[in-house]
Design a protein around this ligand. Sequence first.
Ligand SMILES: NC(=O)C1=CN([C@@H]2O[C@H](COP(=O)(O)OP(=O)(O)OC[C@H]3O[C@@H](n4cnc5c(N)ncnc54)[C@H](OP(=O)(O)O)[C@@H]3O)[C@@H](O)[C@H]2O)[C@H](O)CC1
Ligand SMILES: [K+]
Length: 512
Amino acid sequence: MYLYTAQEMRDLDRYAIEEIGIPGMVLMENAGHAVARRLLDRWRRSATAVVLSGSGNNGGDGFVIARRLASAGWDVSLWIAGSVEKMSQETRTFYEACIHAGVTGEFYDSSQKQALARHLEHSDVVVDALLGTGIRGELREPVRTLIRMVNQQARGFVVAVDVPSGVDTDTGAVASEAVVADKTITFAHPKWCHYLRPAAERCGNVRVEDIGIPQQAVHLSPPSSRINEPSLWQAYLKPRSRWSHKGDFGHLLVVGGSRGMLGAAVMAGTAALRTGAGLATVAVPEGQEQALAAQVTEALVWGWPDDGQGHFSAGFPQDWEKRVRRLKAVAAGPGLGRFDGEEEWLRRLLQQAPVPLVLDADALNILSKDPSLLRERRQPTVLTPHPGEMARLSGQGVKEVESSRRRIAREWAQAWGVTVVLKGTYTLIAFPDGTQVLNTTGGPALAKAGSGDILTGILGALLARGIPEKAAVPMGVYLHGLAGQQAVTSTEHSVLARDVIAAIGPAIRPFL
Ligand SMILES: NC(=O)C1=CN([C@@H]2O[C@H](COP(=O)(O)OP(=O)(O)OC[C@H]3O[C@@H](n4cnc5c(N)ncnc54)[C@H](OP(=O)(O)O)[C@@H]3O)[C@@H](O)[C@H]2O)[C@H](O)CC1
Ligand SMILES: [K+]
């Protein structure tokens, strides 16, 4: 499934109308019909509805909904923002069809405030068709008042047509007012605002309805972003052959685990093995070696030069060049910590690890001192920042990152030629070629220390197995989210990172 911006949706619409020849009126009727059908399915008996329509095409969908609900026996009260003169030809046609079908609408002005408030308080359903993907700039009257009234006065079920009025389709920003919906019914494909906060919090349950735009139109100019689905990567997951040996499944090196943070590297290494890596080596500061060996039995242990206090130092192990040749991927960061000479250390890692590299946690914080270190990379590089780390990397505030996730992840990936995995409720993956994949698996159980280390281990393992990053990264993010969901046995509060690691196998299994 693709993820659309407002412009991409307009282009798709235009293609369906002009090139394929489906009249715009048919698309609008289909859109309105789809919403009305859902409402009729849910209530069945005759109910009361307030329909709020703007003068744009979103309002046109609203006119179709009003007419169809009324003809099914509902008591419909229709309110319109704007004027007939502003309506597009399609919207005007359906406005007139409403009148001919006996649903007369009121063009709202402030003298009708009380009458509308009464309807909002007593209706089973409120349909928000004021503004869709065509919103421009700050809200004007009377739309702003109408949105506020829906939020303050509606007692019934609020359904937003396409997007809640007042949200920005592409950024997920909200205007001074935006409808808070119980359900959003959108057309043909989901839009970014259905997943980006704060808009996403106003959408309620999102449902995508087919309105008859042929798949062919989508394939001809697919948008640059999509929702993460197994079809993107499932071909790379296969049962192991009877004849396989550990060398077939890659060797991952995890670098991290300094004093006080050993667990992070242990979790990354264990997650990598649970994901199917043939071998995992965990590299920790020398002073940590024994403690590590006591904690993991399945991974190899490698002591790196330390500062005498259990932290890394600027040096690399002497046999680095010899041993690195046997590695298939490196994941640096879980419990890495900060240390003297860290920038030089990272530069060397970037230059001298001729395999795919995942950077997380403090490896990202070190990188944020000088992102141009990435210029030295020739092999795939995956960064897995949470919003705080992304903020440090990009030199912006966390708020700015959160309000422009889509733009920041994409710009960063393109500017530095890396894959950015911007973590969050809907983790966003941005590739260097400008394409993006938004992940929808996961849940609040993953909001806990250790989750990021596990993701790093999973991604490292998939890259070590030789899966190309365009498949490996969405696969890893998807499986990590699924494991997080499946690890919940009693409550999301009590899930431990080790439960998530144990759930990696069950998460992979259906895809083999
Ligand atoms: N996706 C599809 O295939 C289909 C989508 N449909 C629906 O069409 C809308 C998009 O319709 P569009 O006409 O482009 O735009 P809107 O209806 O969302 O908005 C335009 C009207 O809103 C007014 N407006 C714009 N900004 C503001 C503002 N800040 N404050 C107040 N009013 C605003 C604008 O007024 P102007 O004075 O600026 O002209 C317009 O009246 C999409 O979301 C779907 O619901 C089709 O029905 C079917 C195919
Ligand atoms: K709307």
